[in-house]
Design a protein around this ligand. Sequence first.
Ligand SMILES: Cc1cc2nc3c(=O)[nH]c(=O)nc-3n(C[C@H](O)[C@H](O)[C@H](O)COP(=O)(O)OP(=O)(O)OC[C@H]3O[C@@H](n4cnc5c(N)ncnc54)[C@H](O)[C@@H]3O)c2cc1C
Length: 523
Amino acid sequence: MVGMRPVRDLSPLAGQSVVVVGGGFGGLSTACYLADAGADVTVVEKNEQLGGRASTLERDGFRFDMGPSWYLMPDVFETFFGHFDRTPSDYYEVERLDPHYRIFFKGDPDPADEAGATSDLHSFEGRERVDLSPDLEANRRLFEEIESGGGDALDRYLDQSERNYEVGMRHFVYEDRSRLRDFADWDVVKNARGLTLLGSMQDHVEKYFDDPRLQQIMQYTLVFLGGAPNNTPALYNLMSHVDFNLGVYYPKGGLAAVVDGLVELGRELGVEYVVNEPVSEIRGRRGGFVVRTENGREFLSDLVVSDADYAYTEQELLPPEKRQYDADYWESRTYAPSAFLLYLGVEGDVEPLAHHTLVLPRDWNEHFETIFDDPSWPDDPAYYLCVPSKTDDDVAPEGHSNLFALVPIAAGLDDDPETRARYRDLVLDDVAENTGVDLRDRIVVEESFSVSDFADRYNSTKGTALGLAHTLRQTAVFRPPNVSSDVDGLYFTGSFTQPGIGVPMCLISGQLTAEKMAAREKQ
Ligand SMILES: Cc1cc2nc3c(=O)[nH]c(=O)nc-3n(C[C@H](O)[C@H](O)[C@H](O)COP(=O)(O)OP(=O)(O)OC[C@H]3O[C@@H](n4cnc5c(N)ncnc54)[C@H](O)[C@@H]3O)c2cc1C
């Protein structure tokens, strides 16, 4: 596994009592490392279930993953479970998806393309659709078909992407680059290797591909990182290595099965879990902490780790004199998008949608502008449709499909009921027009989830779905650190801190936070 190194000595944590506030992936992962090191760990979660943004919604025989649905970087999961002498398959099964995903490009196909089209392109009733395959040769052919020389450009792009992945994982994801000095060292590594890391993704991709569709294929993963092509550093072209080379997988039972796996592992290691227990205050006391909850319970501990959103933890759970950052700091951050989500139980099949389908307007800049520059609801959205029932019989009743639609929108947008109702119709009309799947008269279960729900359910700042975007100024050393400089014994984990957004990154943040705690407690 690239970048993997042995977990540093965690033995100083033996015998310490630790409260972990929040049971998202970062909190669950940290809890496992701490308990394995001999700490006495209690995870205190606000909601009725563990998993955080990876919650599950069950309704009338349908089971929806409410948040993450792409299982990427399987090696990170292997490494995580490996530390505890387990494998992911001790808890859940994964299968590689074929196709990895499907893309519908909105609008009429270009007649010039139509003339030379083969079965890889325009393969559905005049709609322009492509499949990204686990077979690299098939992807090469597709790229060549869309743009002459595209196949070779794909090879060169993936070569660069793989090298960025290696450097990124080794020097920067698995290493806790919390000091500027370390970052400078990493910069030297970068220069020595001649890698493209700091320009924008847009500039980087344009060096390889002219066709906007190919540019979009290489850039859609930025939405996973909460960024846009013009504000995300080119370093993150490593995501194409993740996507094309490492592959896209599905854990049977959905991401919920992975949450269950982590919870079960934690139990085996001795972690205690308390749900329905919103923490209202973290207070220092002589030699430790008292963590109070809204229900009037108190948990005493030597150390505290917060997996709840960083901005919320500092501003709502700590007294003002104990905060590292003021309100202006949090106001000036670039937040990753929120989302408008529709969870739909649908009668019948939803051919020609794949397990993962993206529907993209030809010019998606306008959509990104509505997220980062001029917050508003996009009129012509780029969006994602997930149909896990294509792969898993257990997530929908027989004869039905389980589908969710996800439109990234600006954090902090007003999502009053009228706007949501209007937008719901816009999305369903758009799906019918651009994929040919008319869902409108066969929906049997329907729930929506958006900005205010992220804020209410997860205490998410501005209702962001993902946390702090991975802009250059919010990458590595520039992300809020996993150790508080103002409160001895208080630590952070999860997507707001290092290394960042996404389930694999949050698993790694558990390791980095536990290592930082052990190093501190040894002093
Ligand atoms: C819609 C969506 C789609 C995504 N898709 C993908 C994907 O396909 N692949 C991928 O890898 N990643 C994806 N992500 C990102 C990924 O889900 C997150 O980065 C990750 O799950 C965040 O984990 P976390 O540890 O930061 O904490 P969170 O999941 O945010 O958990 C924090 C926990 O703290 C709890 N909490 C808050 N306040 C309190 C309090 N006062 N007291 C007690 N508990 C509290 C919350 O209830 C929550 O359970 C997606 C996210 C979303 C929202």
